[in-house]
Design a binder for this molecule. Sequence first.
Ligand SMILES: *Cc1c(COP(=O)(O)O)cnc(C)c1O
Length: 378
Amino acid sequence: MRRKTKLIHGGISGDPNTGAVSVPIYQVSTYKQESVGKHSGFEYSRTGNPTRHALEELIKDLEGGQAGFAFGSGMAAITAVMMLFNSGDHVIMTDDVYGGSYRVMTKVLNRFGIESTFIDTSDLTTIQAAIKPNTKAIYIETPTNPLLKITDIAGAAKIAKEHQLLTIVDNTFSTPYWQTPIELGADIVLHSATKYIGGHSDVVAGLVVVNSEELATDLHFVQNSTGGVLGPQDSWLLMRGIKTLGIRMEETENNTRAIVQFLESHPAVSKIYYPGLETHPNHDLAKKQAKGFGGMVSFDVGSEANADVLLEKIKYFTLAESLGAVESLISVPARMTHASIPQERRAELGITDGLVRISVGLEDVEDLIEDLKQALEK
Ligand SMILES: *Cc1c(COP(=O)(O)O)cnc(C)c1O
């Protein structure tokens, strides 16, 4: 099955009992048992729910893994994955990860003895050097947020295997439509499905796919024990979103390419971060490991004051956190998504006060370019 077909026919389609073409929303918490312990596969909806199960089967198929899991948010998904580790274990992480991922590691999970080191994973020798005797995993976000750095997934997974570490990839920015990390050697792939997978700014959700029976058993145990599951209504919304993921990602790519071309020629823009640019330091790698570059672009307008003028004038880009939806969004990472990262740390990473991040949506690209043009005018 090719990718666009799999988005429609992967997982479990429809309802065999009624012929309904859409998977029904099983708004139910508990299930009748014929006799004690004898049931038709579902007993209580924290443990398993048919609508959530259909979504979990679908994301498993799309990522090419052994089992899928749906959580109440991307952060719940990330936290559940981290619960696979024990007190005293160490995880190596990409330095410009999503702000919330940095926060949960350094302010919450550290209190339970899970250690983390943040490094530039786009440099494989840096990964190698960060491995300690208690290291258990390499956690990669690629492309990163907001600087669009690229890590070599296959290269990192190879190092991980040599040291018996797990490779975990946050695939939120690329989605399985463009990038399938399990094929490149990753053990666990996770998503904030709030973004492209849902795609319509109407649901907060997280997804995880694992590539072995053992990890599937362990993660299901964590999911059922800690209980951060996704409800049936939201599971259904994600399946609805996934049906159009292919055409949304293709159109996003076209719009983004045109916008980047425009920004490149604009004198008010000092620096553009986009893996699709040939001048991006990891352009070749990005091209090799993913089929598309995505719709996230960051660019520098020089100062906080300039960024504020742009934000005030812009019409079609909504000032908001989040990304990956049909409507174009704009944000200033230093004061929004990355505000939870201390100022000195942000400076080290290059997240300047003039850095603007856009998530390109599905409006007519001519309108988006005209809008950026008028907002960037002095
Ligand atoms: C948004 C986001 C998260 C967190 O997901 P939520 O659904 O907001 O909890 C994690 N990783 C990345 C890359 C994100 O963009």
